[in-house]
Design a protein around this ligand. Structure first.
Ligand SMILES: NC(=O)c1ccc[n+]([C@@H]2O[C@H](COP(=O)([O-])OP(=O)(O)OC[C@H]3O[C@@H](n4cnc5c(N)ncnc54)[C@H](OP(=O)(O)O)[C@@H]3O)[C@@H](O)[C@H]2O)c1
Length: 246
């Protein structure tokens, strides 16, 4: 396929959870492709380190400290993007947390952490990004939700609430697509659902016994969905390491 990625050069992408793992790899890859990438995370110093290491690349990375579970932080972060870069063209909802909390005797606090970050923060960031696109008449924007294979299959062990939040992302992705269609919008929305990826998120013991993907593999899939021609929407992309058991 002829690459159309050049059309994104100089455009603005916000990546949540860009301080580590998959988010850092996505930010890195998009900067290499010439985008202006705003990395949001609580550990802003890690995003700043990544930004410094990318100085010789085609694009540029900006670090903004933001706890995406706090709506006031999100509002300020998107205000920063508007004032400094004009607005958002691509949002990658990547920040997520997985806690192996039992539904029978796990802590409510752990359950709430997953709901707040994996579902609500994603929804609030999405609203802000779409508001920015609307304000500027951007009709070719793209919302990418980093879901999980856990968003499509029965839950494993104690990761039930995590799986429930990821199933919610599957529904929210299709729900948003339908709302955009109803508004005659060409903005695209994609769910990317990785299997096991070697980051700080999965239990270390799982990485010792199962084949896994690297964060760069998921970054490559983000470029793939962006690179498709504007009339093509990759709705759902599930990526497993070869031989992963589910
Ligand atoms: N690794 C896997 O096997 C796997 C598989 C399928 C799907 N996923 C999904 O991929 C996404 C990224 O996971 P990962 O494996 O890269 O995890 P990770 O290495 O633990 O990174 C999580 C990222 O989320 C950020 N984050 C957490 N809480 C935040 C908050 N309140 N506000 C802003 N940022 C926050 C962290 O930054 P700070 O701590 O600096 O804020 C960090 O950058 C998640 O949605 C996860 O569910 C992962």
């Amino acid at each position: 396929m002829h690459s159309t990625m050049e059309r994104w050069s100089g455009r603005v992408a916000v990546v949540t959870g860009a301080s580590a793992g998959i988010g850092a790899a996505i930010a890195h890859e998009l900067v290499k492709k010439g985008l202006k990438v705003v990395g949001l995370a609580r550990r802003v110093e890690k995003v700043e380190e990544l930004s410094s290491s990318l100085k010789s690349e085609k694009g540029k990375m900006y670090a903004v400290k933001c706890d995406v579970t706090k709506e006031s932080h999100v509002t300020l972060a998107f205000k920063w993007v508007k004032e400094n870069l004009g607005g958002v063209d691509i949002l990658v909802n990547n920040a997520g947390v997985a806690i192996d909390s039992s539904l029978i005797d796990g802590s409510t606090e752990d359950l709430k952490k997953m709901l707040d970050l994996n579902i609500l923060a994603l929804s609030v960031c999405t609203k802000e990004a779409l508001k920015s696109m609307k304000e500027r008449g951007v009709d070719d924007g793209h919302i990418i939700n980093i879901n999980s294979v856990a968003g499509h299959i029965p839950p494993q062990d104690y990761f039930c609430m995590y799986a429930a939040t990821k199933h919610a992302i599957t529904i929210l992705t299709e729900g948003l697509r339908r709302e955009l269609v109803a508004r005659d919008s060409n903005i695209r929305v994609t769910s990317i659902s990785p299997g096991l990826v070697k980051t700080d998120l999965p239990p270390k013991v799982v990485l010792q016994v199962s084949p896994y993907l690297n964060p760069e593999d998921i970054a490559g899939s983000v470029v793939y969905v962006l690179d498709t021609p504007p009339h093509v929407q990759i709705h759902e992309l599930t990526i497993l390491p070869v031989r992963q058991r589910l």
